[in-house]
Design a protein around this ligand. Sequence first.
Ligand code: FAD
Ligand code: FES
Ligand code: MG
Length: 306
Amino acid sequence: MDTFIILLLNSNFFICMDWMKGTFMMGEFKILEMETLAPEIKRLVVSAPLIAERAQVGQFIIVRVDEKGERFPLTLVDWNPAEGSITLVFLEVGVSTKKLGTLKVGDQILDLVGPLGNPAEIERYGEAVVIGGGVGIAAMYPRVKALKKAGNQVTSIIGAKTSNLLIYEREIKGWSDELHVSTDDGSRGFKGFTSNVLGELLNRGRRFNFVFAVGPVLMMRAVTEVTRPYGIRTVASLNPIMVDGTGMCGACRVTVGGKTKFTCVDGPEFDAHLVDFAELIARLRTYIGEEQQALRILEAKGLGGG
Ligand code: FAD
Ligand code: FES
Ligand code: MG
């Protein structure tokens, strides 16, 4: 059993230690870079030396922007232990991500906890496919890199609604044996979804040993249904609502293979063929009314208004 010790020193400084896994994190998170990658998608480099030292592929952090802020998870896209920094990429969808997007180089993030979640299993599968949709394209980058370094033949498939939302293409291409691009509107690459691209490759007789998907739940579910008849091992990085990120609140409950799992401590990656995606979709919509109302209030006040 994991034992957590959380020391709340004051409202903006705390230490949390997962005694068994050695997860350790503490305050002062200064923004080193903030870059707009695409409309409403930002790349943030923040000083977090202890997280940078321990980060592994597949893990995430939990952020709280300011004292009134809620806690929300973001995937570790990159980390630099020498510089003591981590890279996050986020889509400004609601109050918390929009508030994060208003911060500038030199500003501080109030709380940042991590690395959380289990590291990804990186094996030598042979022919591996990595699929990312929307902001999930950035989240797939460390996976592509790690699979390539482990000696796999890596086919990457990235997709977005339209061409100007395609991010991290150059970085992913650099570590892939093959890169396929799709857009919903056909403005770049294949017209359609990433799951259609994978389906086409399989129809043409390509065979893969492993598929990893990260992005919108509907995309991950579609990829799962494409690989199911072929029996290809498929892993998805799930994105339920999270609050504490340490297995205590139950917010991130998902059903996998008929069993209850907590994504933050049992995942975030699971055998996609066993995931109850319908439940995940329903649970993600639980607070949609409140989220939209909170966004309306924030926009009425002006984004800097807190
Ligand atoms: P809101 O308007 O509050 O919410 C918009 C939608 O986001 C909601 O309807 C709900 O479906 C989801 N959401 C809301 N609150 C949370 C929460 N506390 N936890 C998770 N989902 C929530 N997004 C990125 O842009 N980049 C990432 O790298 C990234 N990595 C993630 C990694 C994990 C393990 C998980 C679980 C989620 C990740 N997300 C990522 C999703 C991100 O956490 C949500 O987009 C964010 O919390 C939305 O908050 P909001 O207040 O801006 O929007
Ligand atoms: Fe609370 Fe996972 S986020 S149990
Ligand atoms: Mg929110």
